[in-house]
Design a protein around this ligand. Structure first.
Ligand code: SF4
Ligand code: SF4
Length: 246
């Protein structure tokens, strides 16, 4: 029996929904198991139905987002929060201060044309069955998760730091050897350390390792390397809002 799938986009850059389409020919493998009932980026076709799986990308940043999120949750049996906007709020949630105050500066006290809200991750509003961070995530990850679910297998979750993937790949440590402010030690692995592979520091786009991250220690190490505290504070909160405290 075909599973019914819907993809819902809240406020985001569109990258996470687009990444599903970037599966190209692998999409046809998925279509052996899934009937797509809604996927705005791919088609204007939409059929209101109860879904087996809803994929939600983006953060809750407007009233429309919140309504759509509740619709997706109430009409699905299994909900996947896809991408760091959905799991952690991402860049738009790291904005400091109230969105209402910022809108007032531009539009005056009465107008809020988008019915904007302070950006928050979807995990803060509804129960989520599977969370996959990444800005964007590795597209093969969502492929594997959907394939597992199609076969009735609960997909495994990752719970180790990015540094593990550097070691497994034998990448040179850019933090220790080159003093680059890499957030790998406190960031959830799963991207196969793709930035470090290119000799760049991890900027933490998959968010902190749940419960395990030790930002205080990372902060001290980077401070000793000469990085400015304000720079580090902003760097730490880019993707993870207020989650990293030290
Ligand atoms: S997680 Fe990143 S790539 Fe995905 S929608 Fe948000 S900003 Fe775009
Ligand atoms: S190395 Fe870090 S910043 Fe780069 S994709 Fe992985 S988690 Fe994101």
């Amino acid at each position: 029996m075909m599973l019914k799938l819907g993809v819902f986009e809240l406020t985001d850059c569109g990258g996470c929904a687009l990444n599903i389409l970037f599966l190209y020919e692998k999409l046809f493998d998925l279509l052996e198991f899934y009937e797509i009932k809604e996927f705005h980026m791919a088609s204007s076709f939409k059929e209101h139905d109860t879904l087996d799986i809803a994929i939600v990308t983006g953060s809750v940043s407007t009233q429309r987002d919140l309504d759509l999120l509740h619709y997706a949750r109430n009409h699905s049996n299994y909900l996947i929060a896809l991408g760091t906007c959905a799991t952690h709020g991402d860049v738009q949630a790291s904005v400091e201060g109230k969105i209402r105050d910022k809108l007032e500066k531009v539009y005056g006290t009465k107008a809020n044309p988008m019915k904007a809200l302070d950006s928050t991750p979807i995990v803060q509003h509804v129960a989520v069955d599977y969370a996959m961070p990444g800005c964007p995530y590795d597209k093969d990850e969502i492929y594997q998760v959907l394939m597992n679910l199609a076969k009735g297998i609960e997909p495994p979750t990752k719970d180790y730091p990015l540094c593990v993937e550097c070691k497994l790949n034998e990448y040179e440590c850019v933090l220790v050897k080159r003093g680059i402010p890499c957030l790998g030690p406190i960031t959830l692995g799963g991207c196969n350390a793709i930035c470090v592979k290119s000799q760049l520091g991890c900027i933490g786009c998959r968010g902190p390792i749940p419960k395990e991250a030790n930002p205080a220690s990372e902060f001290e190490i980077l401070k000793e390397l000469g990085y400015d505290e304000e720079y580090l504070r902003r760097k730490f909160k880019t993707f993870a809002r207020g989650e990293l405290r030290w």
